[in-house]
Design a protein around this ligand. Structure first.
Ligand code: CA
Length: 482
């Protein structure tokens, strides 16, 4: 036995070394609140059987966040963090600048340029492929994929909508089959929906009682098939969010400045119609992977670049730090992952370190994310204790949030000091972040920042926010931090 043990150990090592490298299918949708999905809100009417299956067979994260944005185009910051593993105040900002001819062109970031997801996987012998919308992302990294099939597809037909993105992946997999490609793959499977305009397919719109409403002078019709108003719906946010004329809040076709029931329920119906079509495309690809015998050797990640309001708290866009918008769905299924649910406390920027870890690739020096492989393997429940969020795309400093355990602080410091607001939530008691304007009788179901009983907690969270802002190089201190 003494002599057998080293032999068995070396045989195990050999089998690991010769084992097939895993594939990766990274699915990222555009503008989806986790609470749109049944996985995160069992009452949601959105039919998404394929995402539900991923959730049932994989690990669902309850504490997954994007770190924030210094631009109204939250997508840009979020997607740059995914590609670089860098945090919000360190990611390259000069992604696009005006050319002399007046248009915009992609430029390389100032050195040291971060090493990006496709480069790392190319160097490790992977075949890398992407399909996604164009623009509002990190073009420097996008161009490093070996196969790029990008186009913005937000229409209501197969050729102009999500089916097109699905077809790019189907064609790519078919091509691998024909050519008997041996290299493992990294597929970045991005969609242009449910981002507005949410022009869903007619049969799916009908299912959710919605119409592609295009007339700013009328309201869409109410329909019993439309999703109900969100639990934390308000007719208006109680104060200005601090980004005057923000496109997402005032110019989205079908919604504009309207926050009435018919408009919000119709828009949610459109969002769900687009999301169900995404689910159908995911189903096609999963079926193909299964038929090819690749499904069991593929890590599948499902997420969104950020959440979305659509009527929650009287807001419409992606430029706020309430849970519906700060949080993202995050589901991982793959070899060795035990199905379940976990807090995680992960950021989208941790994706790079984690995928590298799973593929046995050394993360680059420029990476700041933390690999959550120990969470996937069940060794840990979380990778950090404190979560930080920023929105600074409008007037500065903007919004900030910090979360630790059940407690969350949100600060608004906008419009040159005209709006200085503080919110304190206990998310265990008040997961919907009800405000006094929601008129709940239970004293726990509100913002607790002015409650004397919670003064010490407020002070603790203020100090925590300040230390996170300093740690992450936030350039805009708040009014009470100077
Ligand atoms: Ca987006």
């Amino acid at each position: 036995m003494k002599f057998l043990l080293p032999l068995i150990a070396s045989l195990c090592l050999l089998s690991t070394a010769s084992a097939k490298k895993p594939n990766f299918l990274f699915i990222v949708v555009d503008d989806q609140s986790p609470f749109d999905l049944k996985v995160y809100d069992p009452k949601s009417p959105l039919d998404s059987p394929n995402i539900d299956r991923l959730a049932k067979e994989g690990l669902v994260f309850d504490g997954s966040y994007h770190m924030g944005s210094w631009s109204g185009a939250v997508c840009t910051c979020s997607r740059t963090m995914i590609m670089t593993g860098q945090s919000v105040w360190r990611i390259p900002k000069n992604i696009r600048k005006k050319s002399k001819k007046g248009g915009k062109k992609a430029v390389k970031p100032a050195p040291p340029a971060p090493r990006t997801l496709p480069e790392l996987f190319n160097d490790a012998g992977y075949q890398t492929m992407r399909t996604c919308k164009q623009g509002n992302s990190y073009s420097v990294a996008n161009g490093k994929f070996q196969i790029v099939k990008d186009a913005t597809k937000r229409g209501e037909t197969d050729e102009t909508g999500s089916h097109w993105h699905g077809q790019q992946v189907m064609d790519y997999l078919g091509d691998r089959e024909t050519k008997k490609t041996e290299e493992p793959f990294l597929i970045y499977f991005g969609f242009s929906h449910p981002h507005d305009e949410r022009n869903g397919k007619p049969e799916l719109l009908a299912k959710y009682g919605a119409e592609n409403h295009r007339d700013p002078n009328s309201l869409p019709a109410l329909n019993p098939k439309q999703p109900e108003l969100p639990t934390n719906y308000l007719k208006a946010h109680p104060f200005s969010h601090g980004h005057p004329n923000l496109r997402d809040e005032v110019k989205v076709p079908g919604v504009w400045k309207n926050r009435d029931e018919a408009t919000i329920r119709n828009e949610l119906g459109r969002e769900y119609a687009c999301s169900e079509n995404i689910d159908i495309q995911i189903g096609r690809v999963l079926e193909k992977l299964e038929a090819m015998g690749e499904l069991d050797n593929t890590y599948i990640i499902y997420t969104s670049d950020h959440g979305m309001a659509i009527g929650r708290h009287g807001l419409q866009g992606k430029q706020n730090l309430y849970e519906h918008t700060w949080r993202v769905p995050y589901i991982v299924k793959g070899p060795g992952i035990k199905p379940g649910r976990v807090q995680g406390n992960i950021y989208l920027m941790d994706t790079l370190a984690t995928l590298c870890d799973l593929a046995e690739i050394k993360p680059p020096k420029t990476n700041e994310g933390i690999s959550f492989k120990p969470v996937l393997t069940g060794e840990k429940k979380t990778v950090r204790d404190v979560m930080f969020g920023a929105y600074a795309g409008g007037t500065k400093p903007g919004m900030r949030s910090v979360k630790k355990g059940d407690w969350k602080l949100v600060k608004f410091d906008v419009l040159d000091g005209e709006v200085r607001e503080t919110q304190l939530f206990n998310l265990k008691d008040n997961p919907n972040e009800f405000l006094p304007e929601h008129g709940k009788k239970d004293p726990k179901l509100t913002d607790l920042s002015s409650s004397k009983e919670h003064a010490a907690k407020l002070q603790e969270m203020e100090a925590l926010l300040k230390s996170e802002m300093e740690r992450l190089n936030d350039p805009y201190p708040l009014w009470n931090q100077k």
